[in-house]
Design a protein around this ligand. Sequence first.
Ligand SMILES: [Mn+2]
Length: 467
Amino acid sequence: MNTASPDTEWAGIFRRRRDRIRARTGGGLILWPGHSLQPRNYAGNAYPFRQNSHFLYVTGLAEPDLFLLSLPEAGHDILFGDEASLDDIVWTGPRPTLKEMAAAAGIDDVRPTKNLRGMLDGARKEGTPVHYLPPYQHSSVYALARLLDIPMEEVGGRASSILMEQAALERSVKGEEEVAEIEEALGITARMHRAAMAAARPGMRESELAGLIQGIALAEDRAQAFDPIVTVRGEVLHNHSYRNVLAAGELVLNDSGAESPLGYASDITRTFPVSGRFSPLQADLYRAVLRTQLGAIAMIRPGISYREVHLGACLVLAGALRDLGLMKGDPAAAVEAGAHALFLPHGIGHMLGLDVHDMEDLGDIVGHGKAKRPGQFGLNYLRLSRPLEAGFVLTVEPGVYFIPALIERWRSEGLHREFLDYDRIAALVGFGGIRIEDDVLVTPEGARVLGPPIPKTVAEVEEACAR
Ligand SMILES: [Mn+2]
Protein backbone atom coordinates (compact mmCIF):
# COMPACT_ATOMS: atom_id res chain seq x y z
CA MET A 1 0.00 0.00 0.00
CA ASN A 2 1.22 3.47 -0.78
CA THR A 3 0.95 6.68 1.11
CA ALA A 4 -1.49 8.89 -0.75
CA SER A 5 0.28 11.10 -3.27
CA PRO A 6 -0.30 14.81 -2.79
CA ASP A 7 -3.75 14.96 -4.30
CA THR A 8 -5.84 17.88 -3.22
CA GLU A 9 -9.06 15.94 -3.70
CA TRP A 10 -8.00 13.23 -1.28
CA ALA A 11 -6.47 15.76 1.12
CA GLY A 12 -9.92 17.37 1.32
CA ILE A 13 -11.60 14.02 1.89
CA PHE A 14 -9.28 13.21 4.80
CA ARG A 15 -9.82 16.68 6.29
CA ARG A 16 -13.61 16.35 6.09
CA ARG A 17 -13.48 12.90 7.70
CA ARG A 18 -11.46 14.29 10.62
CA ASP A 19 -13.79 17.26 10.98
CA ARG A 20 -16.94 15.11 11.02
CA ILE A 21 -15.54 12.78 13.68
CA ARG A 22 -14.18 15.71 15.70
CA ALA A 23 -17.53 17.51 15.64
CA ARG A 24 -19.44 14.45 16.81
CA THR A 25 -16.98 13.46 19.52
CA GLY A 26 -17.95 16.57 21.44
CA GLY A 27 -14.77 18.25 22.59
CA GLY A 28 -11.39 17.21 23.84
CA LEU A 29 -8.39 15.94 21.93
CA ILE A 30 -8.40 12.91 19.67
CA LEU A 31 -5.18 10.94 19.55
CA TRP A 32 -4.77 8.65 16.53
CA PRO A 33 -1.70 6.42 16.86
CA GLY A 34 -0.32 4.97 13.65
CA HIS A 35 1.27 1.54 13.59
CA SER A 36 4.93 0.62 13.96
CA LEU A 37 6.91 -2.03 12.17
CA GLN A 38 6.61 -5.36 13.99
CA PRO A 39 9.71 -7.56 14.27
CA ARG A 40 9.40 -11.07 12.85
CA ASN A 41 12.42 -12.86 14.27
CA TYR A 42 14.71 -9.93 15.12
CA ALA A 43 14.19 -6.19 15.16
CA GLY A 44 15.70 -5.57 11.74
CA ASN A 45 13.54 -8.21 10.03
CA ALA A 46 9.99 -6.94 10.23
CA TYR A 47 6.64 -8.18 8.97
CA PRO A 48 5.32 -6.25 5.99
CA PHE A 49 4.06 -2.93 7.32
CA ARG A 50 0.31 -2.40 7.50
CA GLN A 51 -0.97 0.92 8.77
CA ASN A 52 -3.75 1.09 11.37
CA SER A 53 -6.99 1.38 9.40
CA HIS A 54 -8.44 4.23 11.49
CA PHE A 55 -5.24 6.18 10.97
CA LEU A 56 -5.45 5.42 7.25
CA TYR A 57 -9.05 6.56 7.21
CA VAL A 58 -8.21 9.98 8.61
CA THR A 59 -4.83 10.52 6.89
CA GLY A 60 -4.20 8.00 4.08
CA LEU A 61 -0.59 7.88 5.32
CA ALA A 62 0.98 4.43 5.19
CA GLU A 63 4.32 5.22 6.86
CA PRO A 64 5.19 3.77 10.29
CA ASP A 65 5.65 5.66 13.59
CA LEU A 66 3.27 8.57 13.05
CA PHE A 67 0.71 10.09 15.42
CA LEU A 68 -2.13 12.40 14.61
CA LEU A 69 -3.55 14.73 17.22
CA SER A 70 -6.89 16.37 16.46
CA LEU A 71 -7.55 19.53 18.45
CA PRO A 72 -11.07 20.70 19.27
CA GLU A 73 -11.18 23.45 16.63
CA ALA A 74 -12.32 22.42 13.14
CA GLY A 75 -9.43 21.91 10.76
CA HIS A 76 -6.75 21.82 13.43
CA ASP A 77 -4.75 18.61 13.31
CA ILE A 78 -1.09 18.02 14.06
CA LEU A 79 0.99 15.26 12.48
CA PHE A 80 3.71 14.01 14.83
CA GLY A 81 6.66 12.02 13.53
CA ASP A 82 10.39 12.11 12.97
CA GLU A 83 12.25 12.84 9.79
CA ALA A 84 14.26 9.94 8.37
CA SER A 85 17.83 9.89 9.72
CA LEU A 86 20.83 9.54 7.41
CA ASP A 87 21.11 5.90 8.56
CA ASP A 88 17.46 5.30 7.63
CA ILE A 89 18.04 6.81 4.22
CA VAL A 90 21.21 4.76 3.65
CA TRP A 91 19.43 1.50 4.43
CA THR A 92 15.84 2.00 3.37
CA GLY A 93 15.99 5.00 1.06
CA PRO A 94 14.50 8.44 1.40
CA ARG A 95 11.01 8.73 2.78
CA PRO A 96 8.66 11.67 2.33
CA THR A 97 9.26 14.51 4.77
CA LEU A 98 6.68 15.12 7.48
CA LYS A 99 5.59 18.25 5.62
CA GLU A 100 5.05 16.31 2.41
CA MET A 101 3.06 13.64 4.24
CA ALA A 102 1.01 16.26 6.05
CA ALA A 103 0.23 18.04 2.77
CA ALA A 104 -1.02 14.78 1.23
CA ALA A 105 -3.31 14.34 4.23
CA GLY A 106 -4.56 17.95 4.29
CA ILE A 107 -2.72 18.74 7.56
CA ASP A 108 -0.97 22.10 8.07
CA ASP A 109 0.89 21.48 11.32
CA VAL A 110 3.81 19.04 11.84
CA ARG A 111 5.91 18.50 14.95
CA PRO A 112 8.54 16.03 16.19
CA THR A 113 7.23 13.04 18.16
CA LYS A 114 9.12 14.14 21.29
CA ASN A 115 6.77 17.13 21.62
CA LEU A 116 3.63 15.02 21.75
CA ARG A 117 3.84 13.97 25.36
CA GLY A 118 4.24 17.52 26.61
CA MET A 119 1.17 18.64 24.71
CA LEU A 120 -0.88 15.79 26.11
CA ASP A 121 0.37 16.49 29.64
CA GLY A 122 -0.66 20.11 29.32
CA ALA A 123 -4.12 19.22 28.06
CA ARG A 124 -4.70 16.68 30.81
CA LYS A 125 -3.61 19.16 33.49
CA GLU A 126 -6.37 21.46 32.23
CA GLY A 127 -8.87 18.60 32.42
CA THR A 128 -9.23 18.22 28.64
CA PRO A 129 -10.19 14.65 27.76
CA VAL A 130 -7.98 12.72 25.34
CA HIS A 131 -10.03 10.36 23.20
CA TYR A 132 -8.43 7.33 21.57
CA LEU A 133 -9.62 4.03 20.11
CA PRO A 134 -8.78 0.72 21.83
CA PRO A 135 -5.39 -0.32 20.43
CA TYR A 136 -4.68 -3.92 19.46
CA GLN A 137 -1.08 -3.66 18.28
CA HIS A 138 1.12 -4.05 21.33
CA SER A 139 3.42 -1.18 20.40
CA SER A 140 0.37 1.12 20.28
CA VAL A 141 -0.69 -0.02 23.76
CA TYR A 142 2.81 0.75 24.97
CA ALA A 143 2.89 4.15 23.23
CA LEU A 144 -0.47 5.19 24.69
CA ALA A 145 0.54 4.05 28.17
CA ARG A 146 3.68 6.20 28.00
CA LEU A 147 2.07 9.21 26.35
CA LEU A 148 -0.89 9.31 28.73
CA ASP A 149 0.97 8.06 31.78
CA ILE A 150 -1.42 5.17 32.51
CA PRO A 151 -0.66 1.50 33.25
CA MET A 152 -0.52 -0.66 30.13
CA GLU A 153 -3.28 -2.93 31.40
CA GLU A 154 -5.65 0.04 31.69
CA VAL A 155 -5.11 1.40 28.17
CA GLY A 156 -7.84 -0.72 26.55
CA GLY A 157 -10.45 -0.03 29.22
CA ARG A 158 -9.92 3.72 29.07
CA ALA A 159 -10.53 3.94 25.33
CA SER A 160 -13.21 6.48 24.40
CA SER A 161 -16.59 4.90 23.86
CA ILE A 162 -17.92 8.03 22.13
CA LEU A 163 -15.00 8.00 19.69
CA MET A 164 -15.56 4.27 19.09
CA GLU A 165 -19.21 4.94 18.26
CA GLN A 166 -18.46 7.92 16.05
CA ALA A 167 -15.60 6.21 14.20
CA ALA A 168 -17.86 3.20 13.59
CA LEU A 169 -20.69 5.44 12.37
CA GLU A 170 -18.38 7.39 10.08
CA ARG A 171 -16.57 4.40 8.58
CA SER A 172 -19.70 2.22 8.16
CA VAL A 173 -21.19 4.34 5.38
CA LYS A 174 -18.83 4.26 2.42
CA GLY A 175 -18.31 7.23 0.14
CA GLU A 176 -18.12 6.86 -3.64
CA GLU A 177 -14.35 7.13 -3.47
CA GLU A 178 -14.21 4.19 -1.07
CA VAL A 179 -16.51 2.02 -3.20
CA ALA A 180 -14.25 2.84 -6.17
CA GLU A 181 -11.22 1.61 -4.19
CA ILE A 182 -12.97 -1.65 -3.29
CA GLU A 183 -13.99 -2.19 -6.91
CA GLU A 184 -10.45 -1.49 -8.06
CA ALA A 185 -9.21 -4.22 -5.69
CA LEU A 186 -11.94 -6.51 -7.00
CA GLY A 187 -10.51 -6.16 -10.50
CA ILE A 188 -7.31 -7.89 -9.37
CA THR A 189 -9.27 -10.31 -7.19
CA ALA A 190 -11.33 -11.41 -10.19
CA ARG A 191 -8.10 -12.29 -12.00
CA MET A 192 -6.86 -14.21 -8.94
CA HIS A 193 -10.01 -16.33 -8.93
CA ARG A 194 -10.10 -16.99 -12.67
CA ALA A 195 -6.43 -17.96 -12.63
CA ALA A 196 -6.97 -20.48 -9.83
CA MET A 197 -9.88 -22.07 -11.68
CA ALA A 198 -7.87 -22.32 -14.89
CA ALA A 199 -4.73 -23.69 -13.23
CA ALA A 200 -6.06 -26.29 -10.79
CA ARG A 201 -5.53 -29.92 -11.72
CA PRO A 202 -5.10 -33.24 -9.96
CA GLY A 203 -1.66 -33.69 -8.43
CA MET A 204 -1.08 -29.99 -7.83
CA ARG A 205 -0.44 -28.79 -4.28
CA GLU A 206 -2.69 -26.19 -2.63
CA SER A 207 0.44 -24.10 -2.09
CA GLU A 208 0.99 -23.85 -5.85
CA LEU A 209 -2.47 -22.35 -6.29
CA ALA A 210 -1.94 -20.08 -3.27
CA GLY A 211 1.37 -18.93 -4.73
CA LEU A 212 -0.19 -18.30 -8.12
CA ILE A 213 -2.96 -16.06 -6.80
CA GLN A 214 -0.73 -14.15 -4.40
CA GLY A 215 1.72 -13.58 -7.25
CA ILE A 216 -1.00 -11.91 -9.31
CA ALA A 217 -1.56 -9.34 -6.55
CA LEU A 218 2.16 -8.95 -5.88
CA ALA A 219 2.84 -8.35 -9.57
CA GLU A 220 0.54 -5.33 -9.23
CA ASP A 221 2.44 -4.25 -6.09
CA ARG A 222 -0.59 -5.12 -3.97
CA ALA A 223 -0.89 -6.87 -0.64
CA GLN A 224 -3.38 -9.58 0.14
CA ALA A 225 -6.31 -8.25 2.15
CA PHE A 226 -5.86 -11.35 4.37
CA ASP A 227 -4.05 -14.68 4.16
CA PRO A 228 -5.92 -16.50 1.40
CA ILE A 229 -7.77 -19.72 2.06
CA VAL A 230 -7.01 -22.11 -0.79
CA THR A 231 -7.91 -25.62 0.13
CA VAL A 232 -9.67 -28.87 -0.68
CA ARG A 233 -10.65 -28.96 3.02
CA GLY A 234 -13.16 -26.16 2.68
CA GLU A 235 -15.05 -27.33 5.76
CA VAL A 236 -12.27 -25.87 7.92
CA LEU A 237 -13.65 -22.33 7.88
CA HIS A 238 -10.38 -20.46 8.23
CA ASN A 239 -7.98 -23.06 6.89
CA HIS A 240 -4.62 -21.42 6.33
CA SER A 241 -2.47 -24.45 5.56
CA TYR A 242 -1.65 -25.29 1.95
CA ARG A 243 -0.30 -28.81 2.40
CA ASN A 244 -2.88 -30.94 0.61
CA VAL A 245 -2.49 -32.32 -2.89
CA LEU A 246 -5.52 -31.73 -5.13
CA ALA A 247 -7.24 -34.94 -6.18
CA ALA A 248 -9.71 -35.51 -8.99
CA GLY A 249 -13.24 -35.39 -7.62
CA GLU A 250 -12.45 -32.83 -4.92
CA LEU A 251 -13.57 -29.21 -4.68
CA VAL A 252 -11.18 -26.31 -4.13
CA LEU A 253 -12.41 -23.46 -1.95
CA ASN A 254 -10.61 -20.18 -2.73
CA ASP A 255 -11.35 -17.30 -0.34
CA SER A 256 -9.01 -14.44 -1.20
CA GLY A 257 -8.79 -10.77 -2.02
CA ALA A 258 -6.30 -8.04 -2.87
CA GLU A 259 -5.95 -4.64 -1.22
CA SER A 260 -6.56 -1.43 -3.15
CA PRO A 261 -3.84 1.26 -3.42
CA LEU A 262 -5.25 3.04 -0.35
CA GLY A 263 -5.71 -0.15 1.68
CA TYR A 264 -9.32 -1.17 1.00
CA ALA A 265 -10.07 -4.88 1.11
CA SER A 266 -11.87 -7.17 -1.27
CA ASP A 267 -13.08 -10.57 -0.12
CA ILE A 268 -14.32 -13.14 -2.63
CA THR A 269 -14.91 -16.87 -2.33
CA ARG A 270 -15.41 -19.30 -5.15
CA THR A 271 -15.53 -23.11 -5.00
CA PHE A 272 -14.64 -25.14 -8.07
CA PRO A 273 -13.91 -28.74 -9.06
CA VAL A 274 -10.27 -29.85 -9.31
CA SER A 275 -11.03 -31.84 -12.44
CA GLY A 276 -13.06 -29.04 -14.04
CA ARG A 277 -16.46 -30.75 -13.78
CA PHE A 278 -18.78 -30.92 -10.76
CA SER A 279 -20.14 -34.36 -9.90
CA PRO A 280 -23.97 -34.46 -9.85
CA LEU A 281 -23.98 -34.32 -6.03
CA GLN A 282 -21.44 -31.47 -5.97
CA ALA A 283 -23.50 -29.58 -8.52
CA ASP A 284 -26.68 -30.09 -6.45
CA LEU A 285 -25.06 -28.79 -3.28
CA TYR A 286 -23.36 -25.97 -5.18
CA ARG A 287 -26.71 -24.84 -6.60
CA ALA A 288 -28.19 -24.95 -3.08
CA VAL A 289 -25.49 -22.55 -1.88
CA LEU A 290 -25.89 -20.34 -4.95
CA ARG A 291 -29.66 -20.13 -4.45
CA THR A 292 -29.00 -19.16 -0.84
CA GLN A 293 -26.52 -16.48 -1.85
CA LEU A 294 -28.77 -14.99 -4.53
CA GLY A 295 -31.70 -15.11 -2.11
CA ALA A 296 -29.70 -13.18 0.48
CA ILE A 297 -28.58 -10.55 -2.05
CA ALA A 298 -32.20 -10.10 -3.17
CA MET A 299 -33.24 -9.37 0.43
CA ILE A 300 -30.65 -6.64 1.01
CA ARG A 301 -32.03 -3.10 1.21
CA PRO A 302 -31.81 -0.24 3.69
CA GLY A 303 -33.75 -0.93 6.87
CA ILE A 304 -33.65 -4.73 6.87
CA SER A 305 -31.40 -6.16 9.58
CA TYR A 306 -28.57 -8.47 8.59
CA ARG A 307 -29.91 -10.94 11.09
CA GLU A 308 -33.14 -11.11 9.00
CA VAL A 309 -31.09 -11.54 5.83
CA HIS A 310 -29.10 -14.28 7.53
CA LEU A 311 -32.19 -16.12 8.71
CA GLY A 312 -33.92 -15.65 5.33
CA ALA A 313 -30.87 -17.14 3.62
CA CYS A 314 -30.80 -20.03 6.10
CA LEU A 315 -34.44 -20.72 5.23
CA VAL A 316 -33.58 -20.96 1.52
CA LEU A 317 -30.71 -23.28 2.38
CA ALA A 318 -32.82 -25.49 4.66
CA GLY A 319 -35.41 -25.84 1.90
CA ALA A 320 -32.77 -26.77 -0.64
CA LEU A 321 -31.16 -29.30 1.72
CA ARG A 322 -34.56 -30.82 2.43
CA ASP A 323 -35.08 -31.23 -1.33
CA LEU A 324 -31.73 -33.05 -1.41
CA GLY A 325 -32.76 -35.34 1.46
CA LEU A 326 -30.20 -34.09 3.99
CA MET A 327 -32.76 -32.20 6.05
CA LYS A 328 -36.38 -33.01 6.74
CA GLY A 329 -39.50 -31.48 8.26
CA ASP A 330 -40.53 -27.86 8.02
CA PRO A 331 -37.55 -25.68 6.96
CA ALA A 332 -38.82 -22.68 8.95
CA ALA A 333 -39.05 -24.76 12.12
CA ALA A 334 -35.61 -26.23 11.40
CA VAL A 335 -34.09 -22.75 11.06
CA GLU A 336 -35.83 -21.52 14.21
CA ALA A 337 -34.40 -24.48 16.11
CA GLY A 338 -30.94 -23.86 14.61
CA ALA A 339 -30.65 -27.26 12.86
CA HIS A 340 -29.25 -25.71 9.64
CA ALA A 341 -26.20 -24.56 11.58
CA LEU A 342 -24.79 -28.08 11.22
CA PHE A 343 -24.12 -27.13 7.59
CA LEU A 344 -23.77 -23.35 7.94
CA PRO A 345 -22.36 -22.48 11.37
CA HIS A 346 -21.22 -18.96 10.43
CA GLY A 347 -22.99 -15.72 9.63
CA ILE A 348 -24.02 -14.72 6.12
CA GLY A 349 -21.41 -11.95 6.00
CA HIS A 350 -19.67 -8.96 7.50
CA MET A 351 -18.82 -5.34 6.84
CA LEU A 352 -16.00 -4.71 4.37
CA GLY A 353 -13.82 -1.64 4.05
CA LEU A 354 -10.30 -0.79 5.11
CA ASP A 355 -10.42 -4.07 7.05
CA VAL A 356 -11.63 -7.32 5.62
CA HIS A 357 -13.82 -7.66 8.73
CA ASP A 358 -14.32 -3.94 8.84
CA MET A 359 -13.62 -2.35 12.24
CA GLU A 360 -13.74 -5.67 14.04
CA ASP A 361 -11.25 -4.05 16.44
CA LEU A 362 -14.08 -1.84 17.73
CA GLY A 363 -16.08 -4.85 18.88
CA ASP A 364 -19.80 -5.54 18.68
CA ILE A 365 -20.93 -1.90 18.24
CA VAL A 366 -20.01 -2.11 14.55
CA GLY A 367 -21.94 -5.25 13.64
CA HIS A 368 -24.61 -5.36 16.29
CA GLY A 369 -25.12 -1.76 17.38
CA LYS A 370 -26.56 -1.63 20.86
CA ALA A 371 -28.26 -5.03 20.46
CA LYS A 372 -26.79 -8.06 22.18
CA ARG A 373 -25.07 -10.70 20.09
CA PRO A 374 -27.41 -13.71 19.79
CA GLY A 375 -26.59 -16.86 21.78
CA GLN A 376 -27.75 -19.80 19.63
CA PHE A 377 -24.99 -21.92 18.03
CA GLY A 378 -24.39 -20.46 14.57
CA LEU A 379 -26.11 -17.16 15.37
CA ASN A 380 -23.44 -16.54 17.99
CA TYR A 381 -20.90 -16.38 15.13
CA LEU A 382 -22.76 -13.56 13.36
CA ARG A 383 -20.37 -10.68 12.73
CA LEU A 384 -23.19 -8.46 11.52
CA SER A 385 -26.83 -8.44 12.66
CA ARG A 386 -27.79 -4.76 12.72
CA PRO A 387 -30.17 -2.88 10.37
CA LEU A 388 -28.55 -2.02 7.05
CA GLU A 389 -28.10 1.47 5.67
CA ALA A 390 -27.40 2.73 2.15
CA GLY A 391 -23.63 2.96 1.76
CA PHE A 392 -22.74 -0.12 3.78
CA VAL A 393 -20.48 -2.57 1.97
CA LEU A 394 -21.04 -6.17 3.04
CA THR A 395 -19.97 -9.63 2.11
CA VAL A 396 -22.65 -12.20 1.29
CA GLU A 397 -21.08 -15.59 1.81
CA PRO A 398 -23.24 -18.58 2.61
CA GLY A 399 -21.74 -22.04 2.57
CA VAL A 400 -22.42 -25.69 3.16
CA TYR A 401 -19.84 -27.62 5.12
CA PHE A 402 -19.50 -31.20 6.27
CA ILE A 403 -17.47 -30.79 9.45
CA PRO A 404 -16.72 -34.31 10.74
CA ALA A 405 -16.30 -33.36 14.41
CA LEU A 406 -19.52 -31.33 14.44
CA ILE A 407 -21.55 -34.03 12.68
CA GLU A 408 -20.21 -36.68 15.04
CA ARG A 409 -20.99 -34.61 18.14
CA TRP A 410 -24.51 -33.64 17.08
CA ARG A 411 -25.29 -37.16 15.95
CA SER A 412 -24.09 -38.70 19.23
CA GLU A 413 -26.24 -36.20 21.13
CA GLY A 414 -29.20 -36.80 18.80
CA LEU A 415 -29.43 -33.06 18.27
CA HIS A 416 -32.21 -31.86 15.92
CA ARG A 417 -32.90 -35.45 14.84
CA GLU A 418 -36.33 -34.40 13.59
CA PHE A 419 -34.72 -32.06 11.03
CA LEU A 420 -31.53 -33.90 10.07
CA ASP A 421 -31.09 -37.19 8.21
CA TYR A 422 -27.92 -38.30 9.96
CA ASP A 423 -27.43 -41.45 7.86
CA ARG A 424 -27.32 -39.46 4.65
CA ILE A 425 -25.23 -36.71 6.24
CA ALA A 426 -22.69 -39.18 7.64
CA ALA A 427 -22.21 -40.58 4.16
CA LEU A 428 -20.96 -37.15 3.10
CA VAL A 429 -18.21 -36.83 5.71
CA GLY A 430 -15.13 -36.06 3.61
CA PHE A 431 -17.11 -34.03 1.06
CA GLY A 432 -15.46 -30.81 2.24
CA GLY A 433 -17.21 -27.48 1.91
CA ILE A 434 -18.67 -25.01 -0.55
CA ARG A 435 -18.81 -21.25 -0.07
CA ILE A 436 -19.77 -18.52 -2.54
CA GLU A 437 -18.95 -14.96 -1.52
CA ASP A 438 -19.46 -11.58 -3.15
CA ASP A 439 -19.00 -8.01 -1.98
CA VAL A 440 -22.19 -5.98 -2.07
CA LEU A 441 -23.03 -2.29 -1.71
CA VAL A 442 -26.32 -1.43 -0.02
CA THR A 443 -28.01 1.14 -2.32
CA PRO A 444 -31.12 3.25 -1.64
CA GLU A 445 -33.08 0.76 -3.79
CA GLY A 446 -31.49 -2.52 -2.71
CA ALA A 447 -28.05 -3.89 -3.42
CA ARG A 448 -25.35 -3.86 -6.06
CA VAL A 449 -22.76 -6.63 -6.39
CA LEU A 450 -19.41 -4.87 -6.67
CA GLY A 451 -16.58 -5.49 -9.10
CA PRO A 452 -16.37 -7.32 -12.40
CA PRO A 453 -18.29 -10.59 -12.73
CA ILE A 454 -16.43 -13.64 -11.45
CA PRO A 455 -17.65 -17.08 -12.65
CA LYS A 456 -20.41 -18.15 -10.29
CA THR A 457 -23.01 -20.46 -11.84
CA VAL A 458 -22.15 -24.12 -12.35
CA ALA A 459 -21.79 -23.54 -16.10
CA GLU A 460 -19.63 -20.40 -15.67
CA VAL A 461 -17.33 -22.11 -13.18
CA GLU A 462 -16.91 -25.20 -15.37
CA GLU A 463 -16.14 -22.97 -18.34
CA ALA A 464 -13.50 -21.06 -16.36
CA CYS A 465 -11.96 -24.39 -15.31
CA ALA A 466 -11.85 -25.68 -18.88
CA ARG A 467 -8.46 -25.91 -20.57
MN1 LIG B 1 -15.61 -12.85 4.06
